[in-house]
Design a protein around this ligand. Structure first.
Ligand SMILES: Nc1ncnc2c1ncn2[C@@H]1O[C@H](COP(=O)(O)OP(=O)(O)OP(=O)(O)O)[C@@H](O)[C@H]1O
Length: 262
């Protein structure tokens, strides 16, 4: 299988030490099979278990070097988010193993750790602590976090339950990108907030990549991933069907249309 020889950002020096190793990972989910009402009734009566194992990931393996930025592509249900959740530790594999090196932060569900009854200010400290930051580290970054989020001073001392969903996401994203991380897991995060904020997020992510952070990105936005990553993994039915140059990977998921004849 082809592998990109030049990986990571153009400016970041790549280390040969892997930041992420995914080894022969299998992940299964139990899913319920609802058929007709009659069948559901009969299985209930006979106490039949209508659940069956569904293999979302079927023995996937790859390594990501420190400083590399890699995208996982594939159609809906191919296993991208499941892979991300296994790397972040939210899920555990049924077979195989996953290793990560350094501090891993997920831009998965930004602001997921927010407490609705606490103010924006308190939630910054809470969220940063969840992401492994000390109070002193957060103190030093507090102003930068608030400025990046664009949350006004008056809202900073308001309970987060009064925020709009966009405001919550902005604050969550601002905390996440200001934490001291080595590996950043990014899941369609560039859909956060309004157009101006999305552009700001894009720039911030490019800046982090250029600082040499390892990036693991799941996205359907091929334009964005081509700008951000040099290597792409394509999943199909829970298997890796391609691992190599991002341009080639993007062409697999969205083959270029033939030019119309003149
Ligand atoms: N908690 C769960 N319980 C049951 N099945 C699940 C669960 N999570 C994921 N799946 C199934 O596993 C498969 C892979 O899901 P996953 O979310 O990883 O796909 P994806 O490639 O990220 O899709 P999308 O592009 O739509 O986000 C899907 O068929 C999905 O229905």
């Amino acid at each position: 299988m082809p592998r990109s020889s030049e990986a990571g950002s153009p400016s970041a020096a790549l280390s040969s030490k892997p930041a992420i190793i995914v080894h022969d990972v299998v992940k299964e989910f139990r899913i319920k099979h609802a058929r007709t009402l009659k069948e559901a009734f009969v299985s209930l009566f006979k106490k039949q278990d209508r659940r069956r194992e569904f293999r979302a990931l079927d023995g996937i393996s790859f390594e990501v070097a420190e400083g590399e930025s890699i995208a996982v592509l594939g159609s809906n249900g191919s296993g991208k988010s499941t892979t991300l959740k296994l790397i972040s530790g939210v899920l555990q594999p049924d077979e195989g193993w996953v290793r990560t090196r350094g501090r891993v932060a997920g831009l998965l569900e930004v602001g997921a750790g927010f407490h609705p009854d606490l103010t924006g200010r308190d939630n910054i400290y809470l969220n940063a602590a969840i992401l492994g930051m000390s109070k002193e580290e957060t103190d030093a970054r507090f102003d930068a976090i608030v400025e990046f989020s664009g949350i006004s001073e008056s809202f900073l001392d308001t309970e987060v339950k009064r925020y709009s969903s966009g405001m919550r996401s902005r604050l969550g994203f601002a905390v996440a990108v200001h934490t001291e991380v080595d590996v950043l897991l990014v899941d369609e995060v560039l859909s956060v907030g309004d157009a101006a904020f999305r552009a700001k997020c894009n720039d911030k992510i490019l800046e982090l990549r250029d600082q040499g952070k390892t990036m693991f990105v799941v996205s359907h936005n091929l334009g964005t991933v081509k700008k951000l990553c040099t290597r792409g993994i394509v999943l199909k039915g829970g298997k890796v069907v391609f691992d190599g140059d991002i341009g080639e990977a993007a062409d697999i998921v969205a083959p270029p249309k033939p030019k119309p004849k003149k």
